[in-house]
Design a protein around this ligand. Sequence first.
Ligand SMILES: [Zn+2]
Length: 178
Amino acid sequence: MDGTEYIEKCPICGNETLHTWINEEDLNYFGKINIFTSLCYTCGFRHVDVIFLENRGHVKITFVASGEEDLKVRVIRSSNASIYVDEIGVSIEPVMDGESFVSNVEGLLFRILGIMKQLLRDADDNARSLIYEKMKKIARMRHGKDKLTIIIDDPTGNSAILSEKAVIEYHENKNRNI
Ligand SMILES: [Zn+2]
């Protein structure tokens, strides 16, 4: 990786072996972003953080993915963003999964699948069969067979879906109106 690198104390194992790389990228319409990728050489702890250098305020992004090509569309999610997938009624909230990620639509579906597996643990029989149904639907989506609507709500404006088909709404930050 290019860009700036620094080393600090790992929050998990405490060793001074947490390497962080800062990469700047120009997303054209969305402006420039910094991606912070951290990896601890001792315990393997990984962390990603994203900062948009231009303050956009509260944004809501809606993207309808249909077909295999749309699975490759990049998705950048900050640690403060909620993601909702309409067709399966699943949301990722910052309290559940507060990690930033830079991925694509397929990677997002894979991540949702991981969350669904965790939900199986405390589910009763009814809830479990409902989760299985959703998992099957996600599998079809990952082959580009079913369309999916992704909605990202980010009060900090540090998220994006990089497609011309994505619809972006800008909201004034609440604290600006007071
Ligand atoms: Zn560590």
